[in-house]
Design a protein around this ligand. Structure first.
Ligand code: GLU
Length: 282
């Protein structure tokens, strides 16, 4: 059975781009008599607010969506993500990174030719080969640190991997394009990548739908699934809605907020049409 999910972060009000993504996931599930799940990705306490969580559930219900299974809130499951991280650390595939942003930027400037990934320059590897004793001493001394994946070692462990996107076909996994990604931040004991992979497995999601802006993240997610022995779903990365200037919709496009449209008297069916789903039912 197909299981899809919509996984917003409650950092602001939902806009038409979110509605498109939610409706896309809902339709993929319902076209196949499957299940649509809602997950709240609230690992970052500095940016997430309970009032946005409440507002998004209300907006989705107003749009006509429902999610029969309990909503999963990531902030309630930090121990699960920690368990996955501990395994990667124990297997020598993740290492503590004590670098500040400044140190990373300075090293990239010094090297002069840092490889770039889809999200900017890759981590230059300053902490990748620190001696084990130095790592242990700095952790014991309370030095702030993130945890990074050693992507080279990880890929050597799994060998070549592929994944399948419904729109783009079979892809050769290229997690190296993202470099030694952060698995747990200094201020948050996990990361988007680690928690999304853990939860998609735990919630038995079979089809991950999300915007094309996250296409590259999937290379890394496929690798993490292989390392953690998690099931491999199928993916469908959909196109992004744009504003009148042709830019991807963002929180600053206040007029596109579902709340604003609703207050301006638009009906759910009209808003679904604006979000790219003009037929009658959600
Ligand atoms: N929480 C992510 C976001 O709001 C969605 C991630 C995903 O669907 O995998 O962009």
């Amino acid at each position: 059975m197909i299981r899809t999910r919509f996984a917003p972060s409650p950092t602001g009000l939902l806009h038409l781009g979110h509605a498109h993504s939610a409706l896309f996931a809902w339709r993929c599930a319902h076209a196949a008599e499957g299940a649509f799940l809602l997950r709240i990705e609230d690992i970052d306490p500095a940016r997430c607010r309970p009032e946005f969580d409440a507002a998004l559930r209300e907006d989705l219900a107003w749009l006509g969506l429902s999610w029969p299974e309990p909503v999963r809130r990531q902030s309630e499951h930090l121990g699960t993500y920690r368990g996955h991280l501990d395994r990667l650390v124990a297997e020598g595939l993740a290492y503590p990174c004590f670098c500040t942003r400044r140190e990373i930027a300075d090293e990239i400037a010094r090297a002069g030719h840092a490889p770039h990934g889809p999200d900017g320059p890759l981590y230059p590897g300053l902490c990748r080969n620190l001696p084990a004793a130095e790592r242990a001493a700095r952790i014991a001394a309370g030095d702030a640190h993130a945890w990074r994946l050693d992507v080279g070692r990880a890929m050597a462990r799994t060998g070549p991997l592929t994944w399948h996107d419904r729109a783009e076909g079979t892809q050769q996994a290229r997690p190296d394009l993202l470099g030694d990604a952060v698995l747990a931040r200094k201020d948050v004991p996990t990361s988007y990548h680690l928690s999304v992979v853990a939860d998609d497995a735990l919630q038995e999601v079979t089809l991950v739908t999300r915007g094309r802006d996250l296409f590259h993240a999937t290379h890394l997610h496929r690798l993490l699934q292989a390392l953690l022995d998690l099931p491999v779903p199928e993916w469908h990365h959909h196109g992004l809605l744009v504003n009148e200037r042709g830019e991807r919709l963002a929180k600053r496009d206040g007029a596109a907020a579902l709340r604003a449209l609703r207050e301006a008297g638009r009906s759910p069916a009209e808003v679904r049409a604006l979000a790219g789903f003009p037929d009658d039912s959600p």
